[in-house]
Write a protein that binds this ligand. Sequence first.
Ligand code: SF4
Ligand code: MG
Length: 289
Amino acid sequence: MLDKSIYAAEKPTWCPGCGDFPILTALQRALIQLEIRPHEIMIVSGIGCGSKLPHYIRCNGFHSIHGRALPISMGIKLANHDLKVIAVTGDGDGYGIGGNHFIHTMRRNPDILHIVENNQVYGLTKGQYSPTSDYGYVTKTSPEGTIEFAFNPIAVALSSGATFIARGFSGDIKHLTELLKVALQHKGYRLIDILQPCVTFNLQNTYDWYKERIYKLDGEEGYDPTKREMALRKALEWGERIPIGIIYKADGVPTFEDQVPALKDGPLFRQPLNRKVRREWELIKDDYL
Ligand code: SF4
Ligand code: MG
């Protein structure tokens, strides 16, 4: 068993009570329980409160730019597909600014775990409505309520080829840890959309609001997450009842890396440079070394 402090890093600057704290703890616990070591993983984030996560966990990390965590994760995965790559984004970051990347990454099925801290608001920029804000949601920039209908990440993921789709809740750390453990062991693109209360700017979707509505799919009689049509019905459920747990799972789908011929001899960074690249490297290496 790994030492509990192996992933400990600097103290987060999130607001007291923020739903990002339990996500960080659940991720650390899942990695420790699966005995995954810090040098084996790379965490890539975008921009947002939750995207500060790579600073708060001691492993390889890349705090990147708004909406671009997925293409950067993809590049890292192609350079070294031995690394476990985890992309961490918010709802605005992952589904709004990075919405196009979200769809096309799923279509390619790279072996990347995508964690979305979904607080239904732009927290870092002080509370504007986001793609997942419910219709009518009142903010300083939508004083009469948003007139946009909410983006449904689960339904979009289901129709875009994601091979593992789950929803977690940061108010249930035990359940979230188990969910992350299953996701970390799946091969292919996996989405964990985590309901993450923003206690400062989203006073509508609070811990209590979620607790009154969520229920666990795990063990629900007759529910089979390998059945796409069943999963679609759950994906459309929102409001009075909100399902959490594994919504959809498809095993054995080839990943993007599995199918790239250049990767069949092992990770790119371990392969020798060909003559042309070596010549080019000789010309520029003094600028880098
Ligand atoms: Fe968390 Fe919201 Fe504070 Fe950001 S603004 S740290 S999401 S509580
Ligand atoms: Mg957000």
